[in-house]
Write a protein that binds this ligand. Structure first.
Ligand code: PAF
Length: 280
């Protein structure tokens, strides 16, 4: 696996691969890799001929009081994991490389970026869309892989790609969970053993909603209430939101159907976790 920190060299490598007729797959990450990321890499390996991964803790997607400084940085372990998975090229730029002095151009995906996590984390999706746009310009991938766990991010990236006519296919890879249901997240590393147990309330609430949907409940208000009741059983966890929305627009719905997105966010101690389920 080659390692690059410069945008221009990275583009030369992916262009060379494309000139050889290879389909370039891209897995953008912020590092602290877990099995959820590895599932993205494996999907990329299966669906492309040349796999590029990036590791960049993107400062513009963190709010002023968020965890940018303490975000887990495990570069050496990450590099080994990507190499073992057969990634061809790792792009790990510096902040200065991605945001040269004086950079003032951003990509706001309007409206949709203010919903779900965007409401709780103002400016977050502007930072995400900006960095993903830059990374796609640098690497010019044919296909890019994102995890369903960040369902709002998926909707926003898809919208940006459509609106700005990026020639890249977006593939969404299912959530990877621990045996007790907790969705894998780099932020799970922040949890104490007691918080780790409490954190299962997110997936338990989603399971309850899904079970009620499968038993015939179609009212979003009643399903939200069912989720809230599960959260009430874990009073130390502070619910940020439970929302039932159209998965493309992130707008609330009053009646659910197959394909509707149920999303939750909650603070377990000081750690904010998210999870979701698409009703089937
Ligand atoms: O999902 C993430 O890890 C990040 O939001 C992403 C897509 C790598 C952009 O920084």
């Amino acid at each position: 696996m080659k390692l690059q920190s410069r945008a221009v060299e990275t583009r030369s490598e992916t262009r060379a691969a494309k000139l050889q007729g290879k389909r370039v797959g891209f897995v953008p990450t912020m590092g602290a890799l877990h099995d959820g990321h590895i599932s993205l890499v494996r999907a990329a390996k299966a669906q492309s001929d040349f796999v590029l991964a990036s590791i960049f803790v993107n400062p513009t997607q963190f709010g002023p009081n968020e965890d940018l400084a303490k975000y887990p940085r495990t570069f050496e372990a990450d590099r080994k994991k990507l190499e073992a998975e057969g990634v061809d090229l790792l792009f790990a730029p510096s902040v200065e490389e991605m945001y040269p002095d004086g950079a003032v151009t951003f990509v706001p995906v309007e409206g949709i970026s203010d919903r779900l996590d965007g409401r709780s984390r103002p400016g977050h999706f502007r930072g995400v869309a900006t960095v993903v746009a830059k990374l796609c310009h640098i690497a010019e991938p044919d296909v890019a892989f994102f995890g369903q766990k960040d369902a709002a991010q998926v909707a926003i990236i898809k919208r940006m790609v459509r609106d700005l006519m990026f020639p890249v296919e977006i593939v969404v890879v299912p959530i990877v969970r621990e045996p007790d249901g907790l969705a894998l997240s780099s932020r799970n590393a922040y949890l104490s053993p007691a918080e780790r147990k409490q954190a299962t309330v997110l997936s338990r609430a989603l399971r309850e909603v899904h079970a009620q949907y499968r038993s015939g409940e179609r009212s979003a208000a009643r399903l939200i209430e069912a989720a809230r009741q599960v959260f009430a059983s874990e009073p130390s966890v502070r619910l940020d939101y439970v929302e039932i929305v159209d998965r493309d627009t992130l707008e609330s719905v009053s009646q659910v159907k197959a394909g509707t997105l149920v999303a939750v966010a909650a603070f377990v101690g000081s750690t904010r976790l998210i999870d979701n389920v698409v009703l089937t």
